[in-house]
Ligand binder design. Structure first.
Ligand code: ATP
Ligand code: MG
Length: 393
C-alpha cells in the first residue's frame, strides 16, 4: 500500500507524541516526529526527505508559523496547524502560513484523521490532475454482473459520452473481458507492465485492442495464471499513469478481493462502483467489501457508488433493505433482462448495440451519467470550522 508521509512537529515531545498517536490508528500514514529545538524557527530544519504533509503544533509566542509565512519556500507542502481554541492570533498566523486546516488542541483523534485523509486525497487528486479519471467496477460478490456492467458502462462512455475510454481487465486469474467484446486479445496488461520502463503515450496503445465502437481494451492474460503478488506495483502504477494520460476514462473491472493490484486501483480510483444483487449473500459480501474499502484503505464513502444489478420488484430483499445494510442512501438500479444480457455476453456485443432503447441499456446510460456528473464537494473551510462564532456557523 502506498503510504502518506506526515511529519508531526512541536516544541513539546509529549504533544508531538500525542498527535502522532491520533494518526497511528491508520496504517496508510507514515508518521515521523520532529521536536523543534530552541533557537530554530524552521520546523523542518535539517529534514532530508520532505513529508507530504506537515502537522504542526503551535503554542502562543512560538515563531514557526511566522517563519513559514515569511519564507514561503515550502508553499507546496500542505500544512495543518493545531493550536489553542478560539485564539484569533494563532488562526491568523496559520492562515498566513498557508495552513489548509486548523484544529484545536483538544480535537478528537477522528478529527485529526479526517483532516489528514482529506489532504491525502487532495494530494492524490492533484497528482493526477489533468489526466483521465479512473472508475473501478468491483464485484460485491462473484457473479454479480461486474464484468458485464464495466464493459457496457465503458461502451456507453464512448458512444453516449463521446469520451476516450480504455477498459482494463484486472482479473489476472480468470480475466475474460475480451469475450464480452468479441476480441481476441494477443497482448495486454502484462506486456504493458513488462515494458513499463519505456512506456509512453504512443507505445501504450500497442498493448490495447480497439473495438469497432472506439472503446479500447487492456486485456488480462488468457493463457496462464498470474498472481497479483508477483506483479511489480511500481511498474503497474507507471502503466496506470500512462493510460490515464491518454484517456478521458479508464474503467477497470476488478474481482471481489483485495490484493496489491486491486488495492492500487481502489486507492487511485475517482469512483468505485460496487455491484451487488438482491440476495443475502450478495448484500453480506458487499457490506464487507465496503467496510474494507472505507476502514482499511481509507476510501471516502462519497467516492463509492452502489449498484444493485438484476433488480426485481418481487425479490424478498428490497432496495430499502440494501440501503440500510450498506448504510448508503443512494443506490443505482439496473433491471434484470436475462435475454438481452445473455445475448450480449454470448455474442460479445454491447447491449446498446443489440437494443438502444431496452430498459437495460437505459439503466446503463443512467449509471454512466451518474458517474460522470461532477461531484460538488465543498469541504468545510477551516475558518468556518475554527471560528464558527465569527462566521455565524
Ligand atoms: N442486468 C442483468 N440482467 C440479466 N442478466 C445479467 C444482468 N447482469 C449480468 N447478468 C448475467 O450475469 C452473469 C454474470 O455476469 P458477469 O460475468 O458480468 O459477472 P461478474 O460479477 O463479472 O462475475 P465473476 O465473479 O465471474 O467475475 C452473466 O451471465 C450475465 O448474463
Ligand atoms: Mg467478472
Amino acid at each position: 500500500m502506498r503510504t502518506f508521509y506526515v511529519i508531526v512537529a512541536s516544541r513539546s515531545r509529549a504533544t508531538a507524541e500525542k498527535l502522532a498517536g491520533h494518526l497511528a490508528q491508520r496504517r496508510e500514514f507514515e508518521v515521523k516526529l520532529r521536536v523543534i529545538a530552541n533557537g530554530h524557527s524552521d520546523p523542518l530544519h535539517g529534514v532530508k526527505e520532505l513529508p507530504e504533509l506537515l502537522l504542526m503544533h503551535y503554542g502562543p509566542g512560538n515563531d514557526e508559523l511566522e517563519y513559514l509565512a515569511e519564507h514561503g519556500v515550502r508553499e507546496q507542502l500542505p500544512l495543518i496547524v493545531c493550536g489553542p481554541v478560539d485564539d484569533p492570533e494563532a488562526m491568523r498566523l496559520a492562515m498566513r502560513a498557508g495552513a489548509r486546516d486548523y484544529l484545536p488542541e483538544n480535537a478528537s483523534a477522528e478529527d485529526f484523521v479526517a483532516s489528514v485523509l482529506r489532504i491525502q486525497e487532495e494530494t492524490i487528486r492533484a497528482r493526477t490532475a489533468g489526466s483521465g479519471k479512473l472508475i473501478v467496477v468491483a464485484n460485491g460478490k462473484g457473479g454479480s454482473g461486474a464484468s458485464f456492467l464495466a464493459t457496457n458502462l465503458a461502451h456507453s462512455l464512448v458512444v453516449d459520452g463521446d469520451h476516450r475510454v480504455t477498459l482494463v481487465d484486472l482479473d489476472l486469474q480468470f480475466g475474460g473481458l475480451s469475450r464480452y467484446l468479441d476480441i481476441t486479445a494477443k497482448v495486454g496488461i502484462l506486456q504493458a507492465i513488462d515494458a513499463a520502463d519505456e512506456i509512453d503515450e504512443m507505445s501504450a496503445q500497442a498493448y490495447t485492442h480497439e473495438h469497432a465502437s472506439g472503446l479500447r481494451l487492456l486485456a488480462a492474460p488468457a493463457k496462464h495464471l498470474v498472481l497479483a503478488n508477483n506483479i511489480s506495483i511500481e511498474k503497474l502504477e507507471t502503466v496506470l499513469d500512462a493510460y490515464l494520460s491518454i484517456n478521458d476514462y479508464l474503467v477497470a473491472d476488478s474481482p471481489a478481493r483485495l490484493d496489491p493490484v486491486t488495492e492500487l486501483f481502489f486507492e487511485r480510483a475517482d469512483k468505485i462502483v460496487i455491484v451487488t444483487q438482491q440476495s443475502l449473500p450478495h448484500v453480506h459480501d458487499s457490506a464487507r467489501l465496503l467496510h474494507l474499502l472505507t476502514s482499511e484503505i481509507g476510501i471516502q464513502k462519497k467516492r463509492i457508488t452502489v449498484v444493485v444489478n438484476r433488480v426485481s420488484k418481487n425479490a424478498q430483499i428490497t432496495i430499502a433493505d440494501i440501503q440500510k445494510a450498506l448504510r448508503t442512501k443512494e443506490v443505482i438500479t439496473i433491471p434484470n433482462h436475462y435475454r438481452i444480457a445473455s445475448e450480449s455476453i454470448n455474442a460479445g456485443i454491447p447491449v446498446a448495440e443489440i437494443s438502444k432503447t431496452a430498459a437495460l441499456s437505459r439503466g446503463i446510460r443512467k449509471l454512466q451519467v451518474a458517474l460522470t456528473n461532477p461531484v460538488s464537494q465543498p469541504s468545510p473551510g477551516f475558518l468556518k470550522r475554527a471560528m464558527p462564532n465569527f462566521l455565524g456557523g
